[in-house]
Design a protein around this ligand. Structure first.
Ligand code: SAH
Length: 388
Protein backbone atom coordinates (compact mmCIF):
# COMPACT_ATOMS: atom_id res chain seq x y z
CA UNK A 1 0.00 0.00 0.00
CA UNK A 2 1.63 3.24 -1.06
CA UNK A 3 1.85 6.26 1.19
CA UNK A 4 -1.09 8.65 1.13
CA UNK A 5 -1.48 12.43 1.36
CA UNK A 6 -4.51 13.78 3.21
CA UNK A 7 -5.46 17.33 2.31
CA UNK A 8 -7.63 20.00 3.93
CA UNK A 9 -10.93 21.15 2.46
CA UNK A 10 -9.12 24.24 1.15
CA UNK A 11 -6.53 22.05 -0.56
CA UNK A 12 -9.22 19.88 -2.15
CA UNK A 13 -11.07 22.98 -3.33
CA UNK A 14 -8.07 24.07 -5.39
CA UNK A 15 -8.34 20.91 -7.49
CA UNK A 16 -12.08 21.40 -7.80
CA UNK A 17 -11.46 24.87 -9.17
CA UNK A 18 -9.06 23.59 -11.82
CA UNK A 19 -5.72 24.42 -10.22
CA UNK A 20 -3.29 21.50 -9.85
CA UNK A 21 -1.21 22.70 -6.87
CA UNK A 22 -1.80 21.96 -3.19
CA UNK A 23 0.48 23.85 -0.85
CA UNK A 24 2.28 22.41 2.14
CA UNK A 25 -0.04 24.18 4.60
CA UNK A 26 -3.03 22.39 3.08
CA UNK A 27 -1.60 18.89 3.47
CA UNK A 28 -2.76 17.73 6.87
CA UNK A 29 -1.10 14.32 6.70
CA UNK A 30 2.09 14.21 4.70
CA UNK A 31 3.29 11.07 2.99
CA UNK A 32 6.39 9.60 4.58
CA UNK A 33 7.72 8.21 1.30
CA UNK A 34 10.32 9.96 -0.85
CA UNK A 35 9.31 12.16 -3.81
CA UNK A 36 7.11 10.35 -6.34
CA UNK A 37 3.44 9.77 -7.11
CA UNK A 38 1.06 9.48 -4.14
CA UNK A 39 -2.69 8.93 -3.80
CA UNK A 40 -4.50 11.92 -2.35
CA UNK A 41 -7.51 11.81 -0.03
CA UNK A 42 -9.81 14.41 1.40
CA UNK A 43 -10.57 14.67 5.12
CA UNK A 44 -13.55 12.35 4.87
CA UNK A 45 -11.30 9.73 3.34
CA UNK A 46 -12.65 10.30 -0.18
CA UNK A 47 -10.11 9.52 -2.91
CA UNK A 48 -9.25 12.62 -4.92
CA UNK A 49 -6.71 11.14 -7.32
CA UNK A 50 -2.95 11.04 -7.69
CA UNK A 51 -0.33 13.74 -7.33
CA UNK A 52 3.37 14.31 -7.70
CA UNK A 53 4.73 14.61 -4.18
CA UNK A 54 7.57 17.03 -3.35
CA UNK A 55 8.64 16.60 0.30
CA UNK A 56 10.65 19.85 0.54
CA UNK A 57 8.73 22.27 -1.65
CA UNK A 58 6.07 24.79 -0.65
CA UNK A 59 4.08 23.21 -3.48
CA UNK A 60 3.71 19.78 -1.94
CA UNK A 61 1.29 18.16 -4.37
CA UNK A 62 0.79 18.63 -8.11
CA UNK A 63 -2.24 16.94 -9.61
CA UNK A 64 -1.48 14.08 -12.00
CA UNK A 65 -4.73 12.20 -12.38
CA UNK A 66 -8.21 12.50 -10.86
CA UNK A 67 -8.84 8.74 -11.15
CA UNK A 68 -8.13 6.98 -7.86
CA UNK A 69 -7.25 3.78 -9.71
CA UNK A 70 -4.74 5.38 -12.11
CA UNK A 71 -1.30 3.80 -12.33
CA UNK A 72 1.41 6.39 -12.83
CA UNK A 73 3.92 4.45 -14.88
CA UNK A 74 5.72 4.78 -18.18
CA UNK A 75 2.59 4.12 -20.21
CA UNK A 76 0.73 6.84 -18.25
CA UNK A 77 3.44 9.39 -19.15
CA UNK A 78 3.44 8.07 -22.70
CA UNK A 79 -0.25 8.83 -23.14
CA UNK A 80 0.04 12.29 -21.56
CA UNK A 81 2.87 13.14 -23.96
CA UNK A 82 0.93 11.74 -26.93
CA UNK A 83 -1.88 14.20 -26.10
CA UNK A 84 0.60 17.08 -25.88
CA UNK A 85 2.13 16.15 -29.24
CA UNK A 86 -1.26 15.89 -30.88
CA UNK A 87 -2.11 19.41 -29.78
CA UNK A 88 0.94 20.70 -31.66
CA UNK A 89 0.70 18.73 -34.88
CA UNK A 90 -0.10 21.82 -36.94
CA UNK A 91 3.21 23.42 -35.96
CA UNK A 92 5.34 20.79 -37.64
CA UNK A 93 5.23 22.39 -41.04
CA UNK A 94 5.77 25.94 -39.74
CA UNK A 95 8.75 25.43 -37.48
CA UNK A 96 11.38 22.89 -36.45
CA UNK A 97 11.68 24.31 -32.92
CA UNK A 98 8.75 24.44 -30.56
CA UNK A 99 7.62 23.39 -27.09
CA UNK A 100 6.33 19.83 -26.83
CA UNK A 101 5.35 19.89 -23.17
CA UNK A 102 4.36 23.04 -21.25
CA UNK A 103 4.20 21.68 -17.71
CA UNK A 104 0.91 22.01 -15.87
CA UNK A 105 -0.86 23.24 -19.00
CA UNK A 106 -0.26 19.85 -20.62
CA UNK A 107 -1.09 17.82 -17.51
CA UNK A 108 2.62 17.11 -16.97
CA UNK A 109 3.30 19.27 -13.91
CA UNK A 110 6.75 20.84 -13.55
CA UNK A 111 7.98 19.27 -16.79
CA UNK A 112 9.14 21.22 -19.82
CA UNK A 113 10.25 19.67 -23.09
CA UNK A 114 11.34 21.70 -26.10
CA UNK A 115 12.19 20.30 -29.50
CA UNK A 116 15.02 21.74 -31.55
CA UNK A 117 15.05 19.91 -34.86
CA UNK A 118 16.04 16.32 -33.96
CA UNK A 119 17.09 17.07 -30.37
CA UNK A 120 15.17 17.60 -27.16
CA UNK A 121 15.84 19.86 -24.19
CA UNK A 122 13.98 19.05 -20.99
CA UNK A 123 13.57 20.65 -17.58
CA UNK A 124 12.45 18.62 -14.59
CA UNK A 125 11.47 21.28 -12.11
CA UNK A 126 10.25 19.32 -9.09
CA UNK A 127 11.44 16.43 -6.99
CA UNK A 128 8.34 14.49 -8.04
CA UNK A 129 9.14 15.00 -11.71
CA UNK A 130 12.76 13.95 -11.11
CA UNK A 131 11.58 10.68 -9.59
CA UNK A 132 9.94 9.82 -12.94
CA UNK A 133 12.94 10.85 -15.04
CA UNK A 134 13.48 7.38 -16.57
CA UNK A 135 9.81 6.84 -17.42
CA UNK A 136 9.50 10.29 -19.00
CA UNK A 137 12.70 9.83 -21.02
CA UNK A 138 11.61 6.41 -22.27
CA UNK A 139 8.26 7.82 -23.35
CA UNK A 140 9.91 10.74 -25.16
CA UNK A 141 12.40 8.41 -26.80
CA UNK A 142 9.70 6.01 -27.99
CA UNK A 143 7.56 8.82 -29.40
CA UNK A 144 10.15 11.12 -30.94
CA UNK A 145 13.36 9.12 -31.34
CA UNK A 146 15.57 12.15 -30.79
CA UNK A 147 19.31 12.10 -31.48
CA UNK A 148 19.91 13.37 -27.97
CA UNK A 149 18.22 14.74 -24.86
CA UNK A 150 19.75 17.52 -22.79
CA UNK A 151 18.47 18.48 -19.33
CA UNK A 152 18.68 22.24 -18.70
CA UNK A 153 18.15 21.75 -15.01
CA UNK A 154 20.48 24.66 -14.16
CA UNK A 155 17.62 26.82 -12.89
CA UNK A 156 17.09 28.48 -9.47
CA UNK A 157 13.58 27.07 -9.05
CA UNK A 158 15.16 23.65 -8.41
CA UNK A 159 16.66 24.99 -5.16
CA UNK A 160 13.18 25.04 -3.65
CA UNK A 161 12.94 21.31 -4.31
CA UNK A 162 16.45 20.67 -2.93
CA UNK A 163 17.50 19.47 -6.35
CA UNK A 164 20.94 20.27 -7.80
CA UNK A 165 21.29 22.84 -10.57
CA UNK A 166 23.03 21.38 -13.59
CA UNK A 167 22.91 20.97 -17.35
CA UNK A 168 23.55 17.38 -18.35
CA UNK A 169 23.11 14.99 -21.22
CA UNK A 170 20.47 12.38 -20.48
CA UNK A 171 20.65 10.54 -23.76
CA UNK A 172 22.74 10.50 -26.95
CA UNK A 173 24.51 13.79 -27.61
CA UNK A 174 23.36 17.35 -28.19
CA UNK A 175 25.42 19.92 -30.16
CA UNK A 176 26.31 23.37 -28.77
CA UNK A 177 24.34 24.96 -31.60
CA UNK A 178 21.37 23.64 -33.53
CA UNK A 179 20.12 25.24 -36.72
CA UNK A 180 16.34 25.47 -36.74
CA UNK A 181 13.76 27.26 -38.84
CA UNK A 182 10.58 29.18 -38.05
CA UNK A 183 8.27 30.44 -40.75
CA UNK A 184 11.05 30.41 -43.32
CA UNK A 185 13.71 32.06 -41.14
CA UNK A 186 16.72 30.04 -40.06
CA UNK A 187 18.53 30.58 -36.78
CA UNK A 188 20.95 28.90 -34.41
CA UNK A 189 19.59 27.84 -31.04
CA UNK A 190 22.03 27.41 -28.16
CA UNK A 191 20.68 24.56 -26.03
CA UNK A 192 23.65 24.37 -23.61
CA UNK A 193 24.15 27.99 -22.72
CA UNK A 194 21.39 30.00 -24.37
CA UNK A 195 18.59 31.58 -22.39
CA UNK A 196 15.67 29.36 -21.42
CA UNK A 197 16.25 26.05 -23.22
CA UNK A 198 18.25 27.67 -26.03
CA UNK A 199 15.86 30.17 -27.61
CA UNK A 200 12.71 32.17 -26.90
CA UNK A 201 10.25 29.83 -28.56
CA UNK A 202 7.27 31.61 -27.00
CA UNK A 203 7.64 34.62 -29.32
CA UNK A 204 7.79 32.55 -32.50
CA UNK A 205 4.32 33.41 -33.83
CA UNK A 206 4.64 37.05 -32.76
CA UNK A 207 7.92 37.33 -34.67
CA UNK A 208 6.26 35.98 -37.81
CA UNK A 209 3.30 38.35 -37.34
CA UNK A 210 5.50 41.46 -36.99
CA UNK A 211 7.60 40.31 -39.93
CA UNK A 212 4.50 40.54 -42.12
CA UNK A 213 3.87 44.21 -41.30
CA UNK A 214 7.45 45.52 -41.05
CA UNK A 215 8.48 48.34 -43.37
CA UNK A 216 11.13 51.03 -43.77
CA UNK A 217 13.57 51.76 -40.99
CA UNK A 218 13.22 49.15 -38.24
CA UNK A 219 14.53 48.79 -34.70
CA UNK A 220 14.58 45.56 -32.67
CA UNK A 221 15.36 46.40 -29.03
CA UNK A 222 16.30 43.51 -26.69
CA UNK A 223 17.08 41.49 -29.77
CA UNK A 224 18.95 38.53 -28.20
CA UNK A 225 19.95 36.30 -31.16
CA UNK A 226 18.41 38.78 -33.58
CA UNK A 227 15.18 36.87 -33.37
CA UNK A 228 12.70 39.60 -34.35
CA UNK A 229 15.29 41.42 -36.47
CA UNK A 230 15.54 38.45 -38.84
CA UNK A 231 11.82 38.56 -39.54
CA UNK A 232 11.85 42.36 -39.87
CA UNK A 233 14.73 42.18 -42.36
CA UNK A 234 12.54 40.44 -44.92
CA UNK A 235 10.48 43.56 -45.62
CA UNK A 236 12.16 46.49 -43.87
CA UNK A 237 14.87 48.40 -45.75
CA UNK A 238 17.20 48.49 -42.75
CA UNK A 239 17.11 46.99 -39.26
CA UNK A 240 19.01 47.78 -36.07
CA UNK A 241 19.31 44.75 -33.77
CA UNK A 242 20.11 46.09 -30.32
CA UNK A 243 21.06 44.17 -27.19
CA UNK A 244 23.27 44.77 -24.16
CA UNK A 245 24.90 41.36 -24.69
CA UNK A 246 27.70 41.31 -27.26
CA UNK A 247 27.69 37.50 -27.17
CA UNK A 248 23.99 37.39 -28.06
CA UNK A 249 24.59 39.76 -30.97
CA UNK A 250 27.51 37.65 -32.23
CA UNK A 251 25.03 34.88 -32.72
CA UNK A 252 22.56 37.35 -34.24
CA UNK A 253 25.24 38.20 -36.81
CA UNK A 254 25.69 34.50 -37.64
CA UNK A 255 21.93 34.17 -37.93
CA UNK A 256 21.76 37.07 -40.37
CA UNK A 257 24.39 35.29 -42.48
CA UNK A 258 22.42 32.02 -42.37
CA UNK A 259 19.57 33.90 -44.08
CA UNK A 260 21.77 36.05 -46.38
CA UNK A 261 20.50 39.28 -44.86
CA UNK A 262 22.78 42.27 -45.35
CA UNK A 263 20.40 44.96 -44.08
CA UNK A 264 20.82 44.33 -40.33
CA UNK A 265 23.14 46.45 -38.19
CA UNK A 266 24.13 45.18 -34.73
CA UNK A 267 24.36 47.58 -31.81
CA UNK A 268 25.59 46.63 -28.36
CA UNK A 269 23.94 49.16 -26.05
CA UNK A 270 21.66 49.64 -23.12
CA UNK A 271 18.17 50.01 -24.60
CA UNK A 272 17.17 52.73 -22.12
CA UNK A 273 20.22 54.86 -23.03
CA UNK A 274 19.79 54.21 -26.74
CA UNK A 275 16.09 55.11 -26.80
CA UNK A 276 16.71 58.25 -24.76
CA UNK A 277 19.48 59.39 -27.11
CA UNK A 278 17.53 58.54 -30.25
CA UNK A 279 14.40 60.28 -29.01
CA UNK A 280 16.29 63.44 -28.14
CA UNK A 281 18.01 63.51 -31.52
CA UNK A 282 14.60 63.32 -33.24
CA UNK A 283 15.16 59.92 -34.87
CA UNK A 284 12.15 58.20 -36.39
CA UNK A 285 11.46 54.54 -37.09
CA UNK A 286 8.77 52.89 -39.18
CA UNK A 287 8.83 49.62 -37.20
CA UNK A 288 9.90 49.13 -33.59
CA UNK A 289 10.00 45.98 -31.47
CA UNK A 290 10.37 46.06 -27.68
CA UNK A 291 10.80 42.63 -26.14
CA UNK A 292 12.53 43.27 -22.81
CA UNK A 293 13.42 40.68 -20.16
CA UNK A 294 10.98 40.36 -17.23
CA UNK A 295 11.40 43.67 -15.38
CA UNK A 296 9.10 42.43 -12.59
CA UNK A 297 10.67 39.23 -11.31
CA UNK A 298 8.67 39.47 -8.07
CA UNK A 299 5.37 41.04 -7.14
CA UNK A 300 7.11 43.68 -5.04
CA UNK A 301 9.20 44.75 -8.06
CA UNK A 302 6.07 45.60 -10.05
CA UNK A 303 5.97 49.35 -9.40
CA UNK A 304 9.55 49.90 -10.48
CA UNK A 305 9.02 47.58 -13.42
CA UNK A 306 6.01 49.58 -14.60
CA UNK A 307 8.13 52.73 -14.68
CA UNK A 308 10.66 50.91 -16.88
CA UNK A 309 8.00 49.53 -19.23
CA UNK A 310 6.34 52.90 -19.53
CA UNK A 311 9.61 54.70 -20.24
CA UNK A 312 10.64 52.51 -23.16
CA UNK A 313 7.13 52.38 -24.60
CA UNK A 314 6.65 56.12 -24.38
CA UNK A 315 9.93 56.78 -26.16
CA UNK A 316 9.18 54.22 -28.84
CA UNK A 317 5.68 55.64 -29.41
CA UNK A 318 7.13 59.12 -29.85
CA UNK A 319 9.69 57.85 -32.36
CA UNK A 320 7.20 56.06 -34.62
CA UNK A 321 6.82 57.64 -38.03
CA UNK A 322 3.21 58.36 -39.09
CA UNK A 323 1.69 54.98 -39.95
CA UNK A 324 4.54 53.24 -38.11
CA UNK A 325 4.13 50.01 -36.14
CA UNK A 326 5.26 49.15 -32.63
CA UNK A 327 5.23 45.60 -31.35
CA UNK A 328 5.70 45.66 -27.60
CA UNK A 329 5.80 42.72 -25.20
CA UNK A 330 6.14 41.81 -21.55
CA UNK A 331 7.02 38.37 -20.21
CA UNK A 332 6.66 39.37 -16.53
CA UNK A 333 4.20 36.97 -14.93
CA UNK A 334 3.53 39.56 -12.20
CA UNK A 335 2.39 42.15 -14.72
CA UNK A 336 -1.06 40.97 -15.75
CA UNK A 337 -2.85 41.71 -19.01
CA UNK A 338 -4.85 44.56 -17.54
CA UNK A 339 -1.83 46.31 -16.03
CA UNK A 340 0.11 45.87 -19.27
CA UNK A 341 -2.68 47.47 -21.27
CA UNK A 342 -3.09 50.26 -18.74
CA UNK A 343 0.65 50.99 -18.88
CA UNK A 344 0.36 51.23 -22.69
CA UNK A 345 -2.66 53.52 -22.42
CA UNK A 346 -0.77 55.84 -20.07
CA UNK A 347 2.29 55.89 -22.33
CA UNK A 348 0.06 56.57 -25.36
CA UNK A 349 -1.64 59.40 -23.55
CA UNK A 350 1.71 60.99 -22.58
CA UNK A 351 3.06 60.52 -26.11
CA UNK A 352 0.52 62.92 -27.61
CA UNK A 353 0.08 60.49 -30.52
CA UNK A 354 -3.09 58.83 -31.79
CA UNK A 355 -2.22 55.17 -31.48
CA UNK A 356 -4.40 52.20 -32.41
CA UNK A 357 -4.23 48.82 -30.76
CA UNK A 358 -4.17 46.57 -33.81
CA UNK A 359 -3.70 43.25 -32.05
CA UNK A 360 -3.44 42.03 -28.49
CA UNK A 361 -1.32 38.91 -28.44
CA UNK A 362 -0.56 36.11 -25.99
CA UNK A 363 1.18 32.77 -26.11
CA UNK A 364 1.29 30.43 -29.11
CA UNK A 365 -0.42 27.05 -29.09
CA UNK A 366 2.70 25.21 -27.93
CA UNK A 367 2.68 27.29 -24.70
CA UNK A 368 -0.99 26.87 -23.73
CA UNK A 369 -2.29 29.25 -21.08
CA UNK A 370 -4.90 27.43 -19.02
CA UNK A 371 -7.50 29.84 -17.67
CA UNK A 372 -7.69 28.21 -14.25
CA UNK A 373 -3.89 28.04 -13.90
CA UNK A 374 -2.59 31.61 -14.04
CA UNK A 375 1.03 30.42 -13.69
CA UNK A 376 0.86 28.87 -17.19
CA UNK A 377 0.49 32.33 -18.78
CA UNK A 378 2.98 35.18 -18.68
CA UNK A 379 3.52 36.58 -22.18
CA UNK A 380 1.62 39.59 -23.45
CA UNK A 381 2.17 41.51 -26.64
CA UNK A 382 0.54 44.41 -28.43
CA UNK A 383 0.81 45.55 -32.01
CA UNK A 384 0.24 49.30 -32.10
CA UNK A 385 -0.08 51.54 -35.12
CA UNK A 386 0.60 55.28 -35.16
CA UNK A 387 -2.45 56.76 -36.87
CA UNK A 388 -0.90 60.15 -37.48
N1 SAH B 1 13.47 39.26 -28.49
C1 SAH B 1 14.18 38.08 -28.12
C2 SAH B 1 14.20 37.82 -26.64
C3 SAH B 1 14.72 38.95 -25.80
S1 SAH B 1 15.20 38.45 -24.21
C4 SAH B 1 13.61 36.88 -28.86
O1 SAH B 1 12.51 36.94 -29.42
O2 SAH B 1 14.30 35.87 -28.91
C5 SAH B 1 15.78 39.89 -23.55
C6 SAH B 1 17.11 40.38 -24.08
O3 SAH B 1 17.30 41.68 -23.52
C7 SAH B 1 18.34 39.57 -23.69
O4 SAH B 1 19.02 39.21 -24.86
C8 SAH B 1 19.20 40.54 -22.84
O5 SAH B 1 20.59 40.43 -23.13
C9 SAH B 1 18.69 41.88 -23.29
N2 SAH B 1 18.76 42.98 -22.33
C10 SAH B 1 18.51 42.96 -21.00
N3 SAH B 1 18.59 44.20 -20.48
C11 SAH B 1 18.90 45.03 -21.50
C12 SAH B 1 19.09 46.44 -21.62
N4 SAH B 1 18.97 47.25 -20.55
N5 SAH B 1 19.38 46.96 -22.83
C13 SAH B 1 19.48 46.16 -23.91
N6 SAH B 1 19.30 44.82 -23.87
C14 SAH B 1 19.02 44.27 -22.68
Amino acid sequence: MPDVAIVTAKGARRWDMGHPWIYRSDVSTKPTCPAGAVPVRGHSGKSLGWALWSPHSEISLRLLDRHPDATIDESWWHSRIVEALRRRESLNSAASAYRLVHGEADGCPSIICDKYDRWLVVQLLSAGAESFRDAILSALDALIKPLGILARNDVPIRDRERLPRLAEILQGSVPREIEVQEHGIRYLAAPWDGQKTGAFLDQRENRAMVGKVAVGRALDCFSYHGSFALHLARRASSVIALDSSAAALDRARQNAQCNDFTNIEFTVADAFDFLRAEASSGSQYDTIVLDPPAFAKTKSALRGALRGYKEINLRAMRMLSPGGMLFTASCSFHLDKRDFLQMLQEAASDSGRRLALREFRGQPLDHPEVLTIPETGYLKGALIEALD
